[in-house]
Write a protein that binds this ligand. Structure first.
Ligand SMILES: [Mg+2]
Length: 472
């Protein structure tokens, strides 16, 4: 985690991180505490990961739930309309609810199926029931938090309140969404969201401030919660407690899922914030790569990691990149090291399907391979979290090799990023020095590219950290 991390890494990390939390927590929803760690006492980096699917609703491994489905409806509405159109967001929600999504919050369903106009439905439900402080407005905030972040504190807090109020008439739920928007704005700018709590609380409507200040106090722990984490206050309180307590993205998410209860939603909120703080490269690739899901009532489009990354960039005002690698001559696969093959993008795409593919570039259309990890490395000198990504890739490779998989490492050209990982693998497994590993790979893979000085620097740091002792 560095201050110099490019904003785009944080933006992608926020949207992908929230969806990862949602999918990771979904199998454990409404369960007792401690389930994730009981089932996975150590990181599960082989073919079967902590993205295990199941639960009472029978999710597929890596499948996201209503939290992300609703977030995608907000996101696509913002992008399609180039700004907030609340009636349109509500119409998208209603179409979704009418399609009977497998998971939908009680308050959300009641409001969206009431048949009342968008601008009165939630308020009328709240006036009637007196209950509307569930976490259903908070869980879908990430896209709008990205969208409004560039407009500043007041604009983003106001936008949060208005979108929350579409389904949650209790203003306290809106204040929670407003706080979360502001914390996300600060995190996306490279600041510490923990430092942003107090100034954000000062902007909360007075009658709601104390209750929010209580759950966001640095001394608050989940044991202090006075209601279940289906309510809005402990949801944000638990997410912030995990962010204060966890050392990296994976630990933050493990902490919240292990709290039990509304695990998908609390992990979704924590994952959005942690993704903004630790960046896209801080999200374990075994989790991000498994992400997928559809949005009921809105076509058959299957949303996957690359779609979420593109959408995140669009929400932040970046030009939509339609990624088409064009026609490139196929290189590989060739076995460069024992059990480790190398290729360029097309060589990997059309390779035998039993390869476990380690992808180090954007893909355009996804591969058909069953086992694929997509790591976030750019072919330039701006990977602020290169050490973290490299460690993650090497650990996964070791676990997959231990299970007997043939590994296929590739990037777009098969030269620089592929070469980085092959060289690092040799240093790790054979205890080679960096230049020894470079010579070894160069003799067996003529496509090796050495133009990224930051990659060589990362190898030097790797040599300092694990001089051959840390063998998988
Ligand atoms: Mg859910």
């Amino acid at each position: 985690m560095t201050q110099s991390m490019h904003r785009s890494h944080r933006v992608a990390g926020a949207l992908v991180g929230s969806a990862v939390g949602d999918a990771l927590g979904a199998p454990f929803e409404f369960g007792p505490p401690g389930q994730l760690t009981a089932r996975f006492p150590v990181p599960a980096r082989g073919a079967r990961t902590e993205m295990c699917g199941g639960g009472s609703l029978g999710w597929a491994p890596g499948e996201f739930t209503d939290d992300t489905q609703m977030a995608l409806l907000v996101a696509t509405s913002l992008v399609d309309n180039a700004g907030p159109d609340l009636a349109d967001v509500f119409a998208r929600f209603t179409r979704w609810a009418d399609a009977n999504p497998p998971d939908i919050g009680n308050q959300t369903r009641a409001v969206l199926s009431s048949g009342r106009p968008w601008d009165v439905a939630a308020a009328e439900h709240f006036a009637r029931s007196g209950h509307a402080a569930g976490n259903g407005g908070l869980m879908r905030t990430t896209p709008a938090a990205i969208w409004f972040s560039r407009a500043g504190t007041e604009a983003t807090m106001d936008g949060a309140r208005r979108i929350s109020a579409l389904t949650h008439g209790d203003p306290s739920a809106g204040e929670g969404a407003a706080i979360l928007h502001e914390l996300m704005r600060v995190a996306l700018e490279g600041g510490d969201p923990l430092d942003a709590v107090e100034p954000a609380l000062a902007l909360v409507a007075e009658e709601h401030r104390d209750r929010w200040a209580t759950v966001l106090d640095p001394a608050w722990t989940p044991a202090d919660a006075t209601e279940s984490n289906g309510a809005v206050w402990p949801t944000l309180g638990q997410a912030m407690w995990a962010l204060r307590t966890g050392r990296d993205f994976a630990e933050v998410l493990r902490l919240v899922v292990d709290l039990g209860g509304d695990t998908d939603t609390v992990a979704c909120v924590a994952g959005g914030l942690a993704g903004a703080v630790f960046g896209m490269g801080g999200i374990p690739s075994r989790w991000a790569s498994a992400l997928h899901g559809r949005v009921p009532g809105h076509g058959e489009k299957l949303w996957r990691l690359a779609d979420l990354q593109q959408l995140a960039a669009a929400l932040d005002g970046a030009a939509q990149q339609s990624y088409d690698p064009g026609v490139i001559p196929r290189i590989g696969p060739a076995e460069v090291l024992p059990g480790i093959w190398a290729a360029n993008l097309d060589g990997a795409r059309y390779s035998e399907q039993d390869f476990a593919v380690i992808s180090l570039c954007r893909l355009g259309e996804p591969f058909e391979h069953e086992l694929q990890r997509m790591a976030y490395v750019a072919d330039n000198e701006h990977n602020s979290d290169l050490d973290v990504v490299l460690a993650d890739v090497l650990e996964d490779m070791a676990a997959l090799r231990a299970e007997g998989h043939r590994l296929l490492v590739h990037c777009h050209g098969g030269a620089s990023r592929t070469g980085l990982v092959l060289r690092a693998w040799l240093m790790r497994t054979e205890g080679m020095a960096a230049d020894e590993a470079t010579a070894h790979v160069a003799a067996r893979w003529p496509h090796l590219g050495l133009w990224n000085a930051s990659f060589t620097a990362a190898l030097d740091r790797l040599a300092v950290q694990s001089p051959g002792a840390d063998r998988p």
